[in-house]
Write a protein that binds this ligand. Sequence first.
Ligand SMILES: O=C[C@H](O)COP(=O)(O)O
Length: 254
Amino acid sequence: MTELSDAAYAKRLIGCLDLTELSDDRAADKADRLLEKARTPFGPVAAVCVWPDHVKRAAIAVRGTPIQIATVVNFPGGEEPWEQTQHDIRLALANGATEIDVVVDYRRGVEDPHAVTFSVRQVKDAAGGLPVKAILETGMLDDIDDMQLLAGAALTGGADFVKTSTGKVKTGATMEAAEALLDAIAAAGTGGLKVSGGVRGFAEAKAYADLAARKMGEAFVGPKTFRIGASSLLTDLVAVAGGEQSSATSGSGY
Ligand SMILES: O=C[C@H](O)COP(=O)(O)O
């Protein structure tokens, strides 16, 4: 993506953004403020990502646009009983969700990757064919091998994306984690990457997209296979897309 100007690059990244509001207080007015920003002067974001309670208002807010409505289940701990997750998925679908982000049981997953494959398959079935993003919480894993193991297990279970982080633990996305997940995607021959957790500035987002383009080819960096999930990135992307200087400082470990 070397020949793109910063403004053009930022515009492309807006189209790959999962604009996220997952504050712990689950306040409806915060969701409303986020939803107002999803259509930018430089095009729509890829998706909004909200708590299940806010899926209905999101569906109304983005009606008539290509913006997807993502929600989170088994979130953020990854240890809820299946019945709860199944219930949340059913409700989310009934309310208009079009993408499901599920936290895998990353604490047990390294010892038992088949359980991750099984649980992702269950979610995929319950989601009725909608895209499923498996959140691996890479900041809680010991090393690259564990990240690749979990990513491979999730992709075997049918995950459409493997996603780094919930944004709820100290370490969010890192370049090392993104690279590990891309290697797992390449090995599986299927799947997309969602980088999330602490991504706040244009330069950081661009570094992840450059990495994905370098490893997978430039066509990979589009909303079908590449997303950035972030609550605080859009302002900077819009500024850069509009020809202004980035004013963000680095947020995560890139
Ligand atoms: O799924 C995305 C994350 O929750 C967003 O994390 P963030 O608030 O650090 O951008």
